[in-house]
Write a protein that binds this ligand. Sequence first.
Ligand code: BES
Ligand code: ZN
Length: 605
Amino acid sequence: MENNRIATTDFEKNDHHSFANPKEAVITHLIWSANIDFETKIIKAVAQYDIRKYPNAKEIILDTKNLQIEKVWRNENDTVDFELEEYDEILGQALHIPISKDSKTINIQYKTSSNAEALQWLNAQQTAGDAPFLFTQSQAILCRSWIPIQDSPGIRFTYEANVKVPEGNLALMSAENPQKIDSIGNYRFKMQQPIPAYLMALAVGNLEYYKTGSNTGIYAEPTTMEKAITDLEDLQSFVETAENLYGKYRWEQFDVLVLPPSFPFGGMENPRLTFATPTILSGDKSLVSLIAHELAHSWSGNLVTNTTWNDFWLNEGFTVYFEYRIMEALYGKDYAEMLASISFKELKEESKELINNGNEKDTHLKLDLDGRNPDVGMTAIAYDKGYFFLKLLEEVSGRENFDAFLKQYFKEHAFNSINTEQFLLYLEQNLFGVNELETPSNLFSNWVYGPGLPDNLPKPNSERFKKVEESIADWLTTENIDTLNTEKWSTHEYLHFFHVLPDSIGYNEVSALDNKFDFTNNGNAEILTEWILLAIKKEYRPAYGAMEIFLINTGRKKFLMPIYGELIKSESGKRLALNIYKKARQNYHYVSYNSLDKLLNYPTN
Ligand code: BES
Ligand code: ZN
């Protein structure tokens, strides 16, 4: 067989979001020894690295951000002078460590600062229970704020960790994890598969474990566990379904950690231990596609990784495609079609918005994020345009061929990184070439290097959503709310309902909806967010109390941005937004308040 493998050492492509010098020297293994102090909210640690260097290497460069570097030595005790470069608002500081022929390891003793961007320290009132909590969020380039590291997705390493935490806490990492609290708070971790720095993760809190199958389980605070089990008890069948599609799960264990509500994302694919927001616990398993998504990253992303954040669609587009395939296998085609329809809507809206705001280039799959925070790449383009591109490839080549291609792709690139150009070459050879298919004309120039939505964008067609639209029409023509037939609706149908509700409805209809469905007290965060948006648009004040409570308790950026964004469209709304934000901001992770500060023009000093 022809060998298309891309070597780990193929560092020709440059990552502009890291100061690392992989062509000269790379880290290969980390031993992290750390003390977690909830009193000072500081981590004191030593990071020891095995390194691999190329002939004549003079130095190794690591990424840091707001770290206090105390001491650096090589091998056992060969202390050296290090140099910290000037601070960059986005990238932090390069740490230069001189190395010589006989430097086998480098050691860095350091402290995190109180504004370490990856870390969120929660006091007891901010968690579900009555104990403090710490969690990290490293993606995209925040690992450097808690570990000095080569923070580039194209550089992989294995790791071990020795972590000391206050008594009564369980510590967890993206590694082999304990299932019980250690009486004196000492934990050891091992990650034997090589991973990039953005997948480094740590969580500390009063947590317990519940096994859901031979290699799956749930970690949660005791008061959340019962709810967590209700929604997540089928984890084992998720893993089996995914393996049936694209090959063996390579990380042995798949556990989900349900975090406190301030977690800024829906989910984060930390290997062996997906981090998840508690806002997916709807009580009826209707939001578990998020778990399918994070699980899918165990192949697309964690196993085969985007080389730079400009190739982010290779992580997320593939993962959305894989997510929908898992959901189709578990819940049927009509279910997956609803998910695809929601993607379609989000893609159309965000693509239009980006183009209207003069950011047309950000609608290409291949991004150019140089000089910007890579988080701006987290748009519907990477996720949904990426998804529809793969869906198109599936339609053009036939599902069987496409699945065989993907399976082979994951296998051949396992534990490696790949960039867009390498992928396109691989695609030409192994999907079109092997199957003697013609590559559709302008496929790459339209989809990958071109703006907006290409003409051959596949259009989803959801029968279940059509029924929702018919039901709305019945209601609005009869003016009788009882004609709204919601009996068999899942969360997605409710979401679609809000998406297609005509602008022309007024306060009375909104009020009628609340009387009938009590949306103001809906426990499903996705539905509640849509309801709050509608309430703001129609100035339906009876929902504002619930909105304030939701904004104070929930830190998930995806909900916060649109709600605050809708509020500030009016003068009175702006005042309300700032009042709530003043109270709520302390409950948010950096990732969320950093974006909200900008949105709200919030004075930060
Ligand atoms: N890896 C992402 C989260 C992420 C992306 C963090 C970029 C930082 C920078 C994760 O897999 C993700 O996509 N989460 C989504 C959920 C998903 C179902 C689309 C989220 O959090 O909303
Ligand atoms: Zn993702």
